[in-house]
Design a protein around this ligand. Structure first.
Ligand code: ZN
Length: 142
């Protein structure tokens, strides 16, 4: 599929949401943002520049601090979901330990997701400078 260097293949660039879910560079939608698999606990490394088009991901010092706010929203949403789900499943109103355990477990399990997707959301939807450029999509690296 990637070798299909026709005009048709170029116009068939993945949609914005799909590229975001796959952790692709917001400008070329081809290069990966992260070294490891998206939900892995192993490698948290993020490329400094897009391996395909060379976009500098951290556009200014401290840029990724903003991602912490996005991450915070994710965590709150996950904790509320986890605790409501626990209540629905167990109908337990007595034990604070149950909810504490569920909340901590949810926060730990979701950490790789929060870390990566807070940055993805920041770069895709909160940074107008990082626009998609169809001319950079899919062309082999020189
Ligand atoms: Zn790129």
């Amino acid at each position: 599929m990637e070798n299909n260097a026709t005009n048709k293949a170029e116009s068939a660039a993945p949609g914005e949401f799909k590229s975001a879910v796959e952790g692709k560079c917001p400008r070329c939608r081809t290069g990966n943002m992260f070294e490891g698999p998206l939900l892995s606990f192993k490698s948290k490394k993020m490329y400094t520049h897009c391996p395909h088009c060379g976009l500098k991901f951290e556009k200014e010092p401290g840029y990724f601090y903003v991602a912490m706010y996005v991450s915070y929203v994710f965590v709150v949403a996950e904790l509320v979901t986890a605790c409501v789900a626990t209540y629905i499943l167990t109908r337990n109103m007595e034990s604070p330990w149950l909810y504490l355990t569920v909340a901590i477990t949810a926060a730990v399990v979701m950490a790789p997701f929060n870390y990566r997707y807070s940055r993805v959301v920041l770069m895709y939807w909160l940074t107008p400078q990082f626009r998609y450029r169809p001319d950079l999509y899919g062309k082999p690296k020189k």
